[in-house]
Ligand binder design. Structure first.
Ligand code: COA
Length: 289
């Protein structure tokens, strides 16, 4: 009832004096309560570019620039028979690892998100599944296995969606990837990404989770054959090996692959390997050059 909700809100706003029972015996923290509460998400604000549309009357404009390029690429992509595969990743260890090293890179002026580690894990997994780092020609008659792991990163910029790629990830350290991502984000925000950055991708990732959402259905960027979308990182209850409810940092991934040449089993095996690197980041040390 409305009255119940109003009275509940009032209760929340009024600071409560602790009862004698509270003073005597503080409740034992449960496993879920051990971690500090998450900050509430800020309320979403409308994007500035959408707010520039005149209010109260219809408005037509020519589709140009980056949006026009998107029309072309997405129309081509619509012809690809696509296979979708979703899974969830336990990012708890990775969140701790990032917390530990973030300050180190930031003291050198390099912002450090999860992406550099995620991108490196993709490259390590691609080494085992080179078909996912291939490109196909327009009629899907020839497949080229690409030597370079040029990982495209979908970026939400003031001009729209762009996908610059970090080149030769197989030769880069996680720190190198962070530096390159910082550089591309700065250029993207200023609308200054060049053709060199915007072409040549061999596999793509879209971190839509920065904005929100759990699952997505990412669209393959031809001539590439696969793309992954990362959902929002959320603290959620899960069971541990002993059946206890524990607090975990969970992120979902949604893969799309070109089903003309990628089998579902290949996508699933690749995803399992990539997931094992993110869930046990120490494993990556074994294979990094
Ligand atoms: N869930 C929750 N929070 C996330 C997250 C996720 N999946 N990924 C990153 N974050 C957090 C980061 O940790 C950081 O917060 P903190 O430093 O306070 O901890 C904050 O979000 C900002 O991260 P950001 O600077 O954007 O870095 P990034 O390397 O994670 O992402 C881009 C870079 C370019 C991918 C991202 O900014 C972007 O544009 N994403 C949108 C992509 C898109 O539009 N896709 C749709 C294609 S159709």
């Amino acid at each position: 009832m409305k009255e119940d909700i109003l009275s509940f809100i009032k209760d929340q706003e009024t600071p409560k004096a602790p009862s004698p029972a509270d003073k005597a015996a503080p409740a034992a923290p449960s496993a879920v309560q051990k971690t500090p509460p998450q900050k509430p998400s800020p309320l979403p604000m409308p994007a500035k570019r959408e707010a520039t549309i005149p209010v109260g009357k219809d408005h037509t404009e020519v589709i140009k620039g980056i949006r026009k390029a998107m029309v072309k690429t997405m129309t081509e992509a619509a012809h690809i028979p696509t296979f979708g595969y979703n899974d969830e990743i336990d990012m708890t260890r990775l969140v701790e690892l990032r917390r530990d090293i973030k300050g180190v890179t930031e003291s050198a002026g390099v912002r450090f998100s999860y992406m550099p580690i995620i991108v490196k894990a993709v490259s390590l997994a691609l080494t085992e599944f080179p078909i996912l780092n291939s490109i196909v020609d327009a009629n899907c008659e020839n497949i080229t296995y690409k030597a370079a792991h040029n990982i495209g990163i979908a970026m939400d910029t003031p001009e729209g969606l762009v996908v610059p790629s970090v080149k030769n990830v197989q030769t880069l350290s996680i720190y190198d990837i962070a530096v390159e991502l910082n550089r591309m984000q700065t250029l993207g925000a200023a609308g200054k990404l060049t053709n060199a950055e915007l072409t040549g991708g061999t596999f793509s990732l879209s971190n839509i989770g920065v904005i929100g959402g759990t699952y997505a259905r990412p669209v393959i960027l031809p001539p590439e054959v696969a793309i992954g979308a990362l959902g929002k990182l959320q603290r959620l209850p899960r069971f541990d090996d002993k059946g206890n409810v524990v607090s975990k940092e969970i992120m979902c991934v949604s893969w799309s692959a070109d089903h003309r040449i990628i089998e579902g089993a290949t996508m699933a095996r690749f995803s399992n390997l990539w997931k094992s690197y993110l869930e046990n980041p120490g494993l990556m040390l074994l294979y990094m050059r």
